[in-house]
Ligand binder design. Structure first.
Ligand code: ATP
Ligand code: MG
Length: 422
C-alpha cells in the first residue's frame, strides 16, 4: 500500500505556491520519516528546485526570515507556523569534519536526498509524486534499521556530528544500527574531537533522553569515551562485587525516567569521583542548572539516606523537597541494580512522607520567630543572632523544642545567657 502523508495546510500552501510558479517542491526529512512511523512530526521542512533568489521573489509578500540563505534555506511564515524551505543542494568538500566548504544548488531531488545522513532521513513526499525514496529509507524503517546514505566512512568523515546523530536516532526509535554503519561509527569516533562542545552536549542530551539510551551505551562505549574520556576508566573494569562498571552505568541510565536529562546525566557519571564529574561537566560546557543538579544528586548518592526525621528535615533544608525525592529515587535505582534490600529506600520514603505531613521546619524562615523578634526582646544584633536561630532550628528539627513564639523566645534567651554564646 502506498503511504499517505497528511501534510498540514500551512506547509502544503508553501508547496502549492512554489508549484504555481512552475517549481517542484516536497516535504522532506524528519517529517516524512515521522509520518511513516505514525508519529506526529515536530516541524515540516520543504525542499524545492527554486533557487534562493526565486524563493525570495515568490514569497516576497509573505513574512520571510533569511535564516540560512547561503546554504539555500529561508524560513517562511505560513498560517502562524515557520516552514524551512531549502533549495535542492549537494554539499562540497568538508575540510573540517563538520561544515561543507561550499554548497551547490542542483535541480534533482535525488541529488538533494543523497547529501542527507541516513536513509530514513532521506525521503521526500508530495501529493503528486508520492514518496521519493531513492535509498531504501522505507524498507529500513520497516526493518527498524539506521543506515547511512552512501559510504559510511565517507559520510562520517564529512561530518563527524553524524556519529552522534546515528546514536540519537537509533536510541529514539529503538532501531539497530546497520553493521557497516555501526563499524564506521566506531572507527571514526575520534573525529568527534573536531566537533564543538555545544553540539556534542546537545546530541548527548538527545541520546540520553531517548528510550533506547541504555542500548546505545552498551553497544558503543568507545564512542561515549571519545566525547567524555573521563568515562574510559569504567570500560572493561569490574567493581569490588565483580560487576562490569560500564554495564552498570548503562543500566543505571536506562532505569531512570527518560524525560529528565540531568538525572540521566548524573547516572552516566555516577561512578566517577566528584573532581572527575566536575571536569566532565566543564568539558561538556553543561549549563549551570544541570551541573548543579548533577553534583548535588551525586554528592547525596554517595552518602547514606536519612534514617531519622531530624536528618530528613536537614537534608530538605540543604537541598529541596524535589531534590530529596530525586536522591531517594537514585538510591533506589542503584540498590535495585545491586540487588540490595530496598529497606533503606523504603524507610527514607516513609520518613519523607511523615516530615512533609508535619509543619515545615527545614530552614530558619520556617521558625515561628525571626531575628527581628529576638532583637526586639533585647538580644544584641550580630552574628550570634544567626547562631541562636540555627540552634533553635536544630532543636525544632530534632523535635525537642516546640515551634511556637513563646517556647522559641524562652529558649533563645536561655541560649543567649548560656555558654552557648561564648
Ligand atoms: P528531528 O526530529 O530530531 O529534528 P530531523 O530529521 O528533522 O529530526 P534535523 O536535524 O532537523 O533532523 O534535520 C532535518 C533533515 O536534514 C534530516 O532529516 C536530514 O535529512 C538532514 N540533515 C540534518 N543534519 C544533517 C547532517 N549533519 N548531515 C546530513 N544530513 C543532515
Ligand atoms: Mg527537524
Amino acid at each position: 500500500m502506498l503511504p499517505v502523508i497528511h501534510i498540514p495546510n500551512y506547509a502544503s500552501e508553501v508547496i502549492r505556491e512554489l508549484e504555481r510558479m512552475g517549481f517542484s517542491a516536497y516535504v522532506v526529512g524528519g517529517c516524512v520519516r515521522d509520518s511513516l512511523l505514525g508519529q506526529k512530526p515536530a516541524d515540516w521542512d520543504v525542499c524545492t528546485d527554486a533557487t534562493p533568489e526565486d524563493m525570495l521573489h515568490i514569497f516576497r509578500k509573505w513574512r520571510v526570515f533569511k535564516t540560512g540563505l547561503k546554504h539555500g534555506t529561508i524560513t517562511v511564515r505560513s498560517r502562524g507556523h515557520n516552514v524551512e524551505v531549502t533549495t535542492f543542494r549537494t554539499d562540497g568538500t568538508y575540510s573540517d569534519n563538520r561544515h561543507p566548504d561550499a554548497v551547490h544548488f542542483v535541480s534533482h531531488i535525488r541529488d538533494d536526498l543523497s547529501r542527507r545522513d541516513f536513509t530514513i532521513n532521506a525521503m521526500a513526499y508530495n501529493d503528486f509524486k508520492g514518496l521519493v525514496d531513492a535509498f531504501g529509507g522505507q524498507q529500513d524503517l520497516e526493518k527498524h534499521t539506521l543506515r547511512c546514505v552512501g559510504e559510511p566512512d565517507v559520510r562520517f568523515r564529512e561530518d563527524a556530528l553524524r556519529i552522534l546523530r546515528a546514536l540519537r536516532f537509533a536510541a529514539r526509535f529503538k532501531f539497530s544500527i546497520e553493521t557497516e554503519t555501526a563499524y564506521s561509527v566506531r572507527r571514526n569516533r575520534l573525529l568527534l574531537e573536531n566537533i564543538s562542545a555545544e553540539r556534542i552536549y546537545k546530541e548527548l542530551q538527545g541520546i540520553l533522553t531517548a528510550p533506547g539510551a541504555g542500548d546505545m551505551l552498551t553497544a558503543f562505549p568507545e564512542v561515549f569515551a571519545a566525547i567524555l574520556p573521563e568515562l574510559a576508566e569504567l570500560i572493561g573494569s569490574l567493581d569490588t562485587d565483580g560487576i562490569d562498571r560500564w554495564t552498570f552505568t548503562a543500566c543505571a541510565v536506562q532505569a531512570t525516567p527518560a524525560d529528565f536529562f540531568p538525572f540521566r546525566l548524573a547516572m552516566l557519571l555516577h561512578q566517577l569521583t566528584p573532581q572527575t564529574v566536575s571536569s566532565a561537566l566543564a568539558r561538556l560546557k553543561s549549563d549551570n542548572a544541570t551541573a548543579r543538579f548533577v553534583t548535588t544528586l551525586l554528592k547525596h548518592l554517595s552518602a547514606s539516606l536519612p534514617t531519622s526525621r531530624p536528618e530528613m528535615r536537614r537534608l530538605i533544608g540543604f537541598t529541596s523537597r524535589e531534590m530529596v525525592e530525586h536522591i531517594i529515587n537514585a538510591h533506589g535505582i542503584i540498590d535495585r541494580l545491586h540487588h540490595c534490600s530496598p529497606s533503606a529506600v523504603r524507610s527514607a520514603s516513609m520518613l519523607l512522607a511523615e516530615v512533609l505531613n508535619s509543619p515545615p521546619a527545614y530552614q530558619a524562615r520556617h521558625l515561628a520567630l525571626g531575628g527581628n523578634d529576638l532583637m526586639e526582646h533585647g538580644l544584641a544584633q550580630g552574628r550570634h543572632i544567626g547562631q541562636i536561630l540555627d540552634q533553635l532550628l536544630r532543636e525544632v528539627q530534632n523535635e525537642t523544642l516546640a515551634n511556637t513564639r513563646e517556647s522559641l523566645l524562652k529558649r533563645a534567651i536561655e541560649l543567649s545567657q548560656s555558654h552557648f554564646m561564648s
